[in-house]
Design a protein around this ligand. Structure first.
Ligand SMILES: [Zn+2]
Ligand SMILES: [Zn+2]
Length: 317
């Protein structure tokens, strides 16, 4: 019998009902976080540097010389090759078919994301919209998940600032949960309802967008940044909304840097194309520790009330 090379698969954990993506070749991917020394040494060999463009297949460069780059993920958690699979009644197994792209946020290895100019962040939004449209052009893709992992305890493995855009053939559990909550709210938008009540926790606001620290912040310095208009995904954003969101994200990340010092964080897009219920928003979750047993139980611990965070945010200039 000839060996079929392992391309990855998704298995259902029959105890908790969670789906687990078993990736292929991820253990061979470069790791930057073993030590500071390796992080700096890797800048020379980093595939995201000027001069190393031949190491990945680029889909689009922005500006000349390029400042942003959209490319295929060399170490995808889902891939475009279908995996042979079989499922029994007890052991459930799925194809991990999907689309996996990377955006290099800056050509400079050591530049922090919050140091990137606002005008480039606007182009970053547009490039994400391009990547998501590309993923959604594949009719098998149900949901695109866009995020940035930043820092050693964010779950990221490469130091160089980058964004991931991943298209799945199913809807992710967190998005399903959010839609369920909206349905239980008679289909009324949760975020628009929340805005009327979150006044004391607003961080920034203008005519197009608003940012606030949610009442039940799951993380210290947790923030939600959203357009005021009810839209389903990043591809529907208008220029004035992109300008406001870029300014808010940059300001929040800059201030978080001053409030918390150097820290890890995740930046996550919550969205679902062609879904009427979900209101597109961006979430920033500062990370100060790895998940422990408490979080693995589904219960979050937070030592900073959002009201205190807003106060510190307002005092920081
Ligand atoms: Zn680099
Ligand atoms: Zn809404």
């Amino acid at each position: 019998m000839s060996e079929i090379p392992f391309k990855g698969e998704i298995r259902r954990d029959y105890i908790t009902g969670s789906d687990v993506v078993f990736t292929f070749s991820r253990d061979k991917r470069p790791k930057d976080f073993r030590s500071e020394e390796i992080m700096y040494r890797n800048a020379e060999n980093c595939p995201f540097e000027y001069g190393n463009e031949n190491l990945n297949t680029t889909i689009k460069f922005v500006d000349k010389p390029w400042k942003l780059r959209l490319m295929y993920n060399k170490y995808p958690i889902v891939n475009e090759e279908l995996t042979p699979h079989e499922s029994s009644d007890f052991f459930k197994k799925y194809i991990n078919y999907g689309r996996s792209y990377v955006i290099v946020d800056t050509p400079y290895h050591l530049q922090k994301f919050h140091e990137i100019e606002e005008s480039m962040l606007q182009k970053w939004f547009n490039l994400i919209a391009d990547a998501e449209k590309l993923a959604y052009s594949d009719k098998k893709i149900e949901q695109v998940y866009t995020f940035r992992n930043s820092g050693s305890i964010s779950g990221g493995s490469l130091y160089h600032p980058h964004t991931q855009v991943i298209g799945f053939t199913f809807i992710l559990p967190i998005i399903k949960q959010e839609i369920e909550i909206i349905k239980n709210n008679h289909g009324k938008c949760i975020l628009e309802g929340a805005l009327k009540k979150e006044k004391e926790r607003v961080l920034m606001e203008d005519n197009n967008a608003v940012a606030f620290a949610p009442y039940g912040s799951r993380f210290r310095g947790h923030s939600i940044i959203m357009p005021k208009r009810h839209i389903d995904y990043v591809g529907k954003l208008e220029e004035n909304e992109i300008k406001s969101l870029s300014r808010f994200i940059k300001t929040i990340l800059e201030k978080n840097q001053k409030i918390f010092g150097n820290h890890s964080y995740n930046l996550i897009f919550h969205e679902l194309k062609d879904n009427k219920e979900l209101h597109f928003y961006v979430e920033i979750t500062p990370r100060f520790s790895n998940f422990g047993a408490m979080e693995l139980s589904g219960l979050y611990l937070n030592s900073l009330r959002p009201e205190e965070y807003v106060q510190r945010f307002n005092e920081t200039h």
